[in-house]
Design a protein around this ligand. Structure first.
Ligand code: UT7
Length: 332
């Protein structure tokens, strides 16, 4: 028996939005003082002028600030939350999971906790997972994306460290009879050529094992050109597929909120979709690439600027290590 399901109208309400961008601002000129680089190179190749660093503080501290902001904006108490989900690729601990640290700090005493690891695609994928949980019986989800890339970046590698910054964003989600459509995808990589990665060094001193004697601290590594090539195809593919599922034309999307990795990637993807940059929200110039946290920080900026109106259709579209990619369309 073929079961046909059209559940596009089992959507989500964004009941609250918060974000945290640490106050320490690092300009391209600051980086040019420590690396063989320049404002001209960084800005013309990436669109980045400044990024913010969490100053050596743990990642979860940003997650907690963003979570508190979202709860306050939703005007609900933490005890009403029944699931805390965190997406991060830069956790302070592998366990306990970051969601449990956030739960404890905000006092979400009635919540279950889950961490999602999907690199920069984590906010898009997390919206999809959260929506599934809402329709399996949970009522209020606190979903946080928090990324402290300064914990992973190699500050001797000018080709990568100039791109990244730290930030966190959070949303409170509830069920709503509104449009929702998603298209999540991945193009897996081999461990010999992982393209964009941070390899754990967990075999040091393990008895009865083939020890990894390399005791150099792991650092983020990237084949920038490969990621670029992947991204300019992956983003349009996912956005188109999500629109198709939603039964919408690309021109019916009010605003695209893309992963903020490189303004040239965003412009190329927009061109290939045939949409103008006036339909695309970016803030990469100020914050650089903060992985999964980019999108909820954009959302909080839009909310605070009064630009989110009921009935608007937003398309979140991203890509990241894995290689993961996807798009989610929500009617707000
Ligand atoms: O969330 C996903 C994360 N990753 C990404 O989004 C990365 C996607 N890739 C990119 O955005 C681009 O590939 C980069 C911005 C990383 C690099 O831009 P590119 O135009 O592909 O530069 P390139 O790697 O081809 O390097 C061109 C030159 C090289 O010098 P030579 O070999 O031509 O002499 C690099 O050594 O630029 C040099 N270079 C720099 N020069 C000054 C690389 N990084 C820098 C730098 N400052 N920061």
């Amino acid at each position: 028996m073929k079961i046909v399901m059209n559940d596009n109208n089992r959507g989500i309400k964004i009941a609250g939005i918060g974000s945290f961008v640490p106050p320490l601002t690092v300009t391209n000129e600051d980086l040019a003082g420590t690396l063989d680089t320049s404002d001209e190179w960084i800005y013309s190749r990436t669109g980045i002028k400044t990024r913010h660093y969490n100053g050596g503080k743990p990642n979860y501290t940003m997650a907690v600030e963003a979570a508190r902001g979202a709860l306050e904006n939703a005007n609900i108490s933490a005890a009403e939350i029944d699931y805390v989900i965190v997406t991060t690729s830069t956790p302070d601990f592998l366990y306990p999971i970051t969601a449990c640290l956030v739960q404890n700090a905000v006092g979400a005493v009635n919540a279950a906790c889950l961490d999602i690891s999907m690199a920069c695609t984590g906010f898009v994928g997390g919206l999809d997972v959260a929506r599934g949980l809402l329709y399996s019986g949970y009522n209020k989800i606190l979903f946080v994306a928090s990324e402290c890339l300064t914990l992973h970046a190699d500050f001797k590698d000018r080709a990568t460290c100039v791109l990244f910054g730290d930030s966190a964003g959070a949303v409170v989600l509830e069920r709503a009879g509104k449009l929702f459509a998603s298209c999540m995808k991945a193009k897996g990589v081999s461990p010999e050529a992982p393209v964009l990665y941070y390899k754990m060094n967990n075999m040091i001193n393990a008895p009865f094992c083939e020890n990894n004697s390399d005791s150099i601290l792991p650092r983020l590594q990237m084949d920038g050109k490969e990621v670029y090539k992947f991204a300019v195809d992956a983003m349009p593919e996912a956005a188109k597929a999500a629109c198709e599922k939603a039964g919408l034309g690309l021109d019916e999307i009010d605003l695209f909120i893309p992963h903020q990795a490189n303004i040239r990637i965003v412009q190329t993807a927009a061109k290939s979709l045939g949409i103008g940059m006036d339909k695309v929200y970016t803030n990469i110039e100020k914050y650089g690439n903060t992985s999964s946290a980019c999108m909820p920080v954009c959302l909080d900026e839009l909310n605070k600027a009064g630009r989110l109106k009921e009935g608007m259709k937003l398309c979140f579209v991203g890509f990241g290590a894995g290689l993961t990619y996807g798009a989610v369309i929500i009617e707000i």
